[in-house]
Design a protein around this ligand. Structure first.
Ligand SMILES: [Ca+2]
Ligand SMILES: [Ca+2]
Length: 101
């Protein structure tokens, strides 16, 4: 077998196994991790202070303030976001456990 062919086959095998791993590996939970959720939520942080104000978040997401703004000052700090995200991922896990057949 020519060297080039061997390398080509190796690369092909690597690609296939990378796809297989992605496809077959089932994450512990289908939802994002609390860290990821905090990161996603902080994309709405328009002034970059690491906190979310009600006017930085779209209308449809205002509910997160009702649930996450522990001291009700109209601002979600990183801590408050983190607690919100943790509560959400715990709820997802519980739901998955409950609904698994
Ligand atoms: Ca902000
Ligand atoms: Ca707050």
């Amino acid at each position: 077998m020519k060297k080039r062919t061997v390398i080509g086959l190796l690369i092909a095998a690597l690609v296939v196994s990378a796809i297989a791993v992605r496809f077959f590996r089932r994450p512990e939970s289908s939802g994002p991790s609390p860290d990821e959720m905090v990161k996603v939520l902080l994309e709405y942080d328009q002034n970059g202070d690491g906190q979310l104000r009600t006017d930085e978040v779209p209308e449809r997401m205002q509910g997160i303030f009702a649930r996450g703004d522990a001291n009700q000052d109209g601002t979600l700090t990183r801590d408050e976001l983190r607690k919100l995200a943790e509560a959400d991922s715990e709820a997802v896990r519980r739901k998955e456990r409950g609904e698994r057949r």
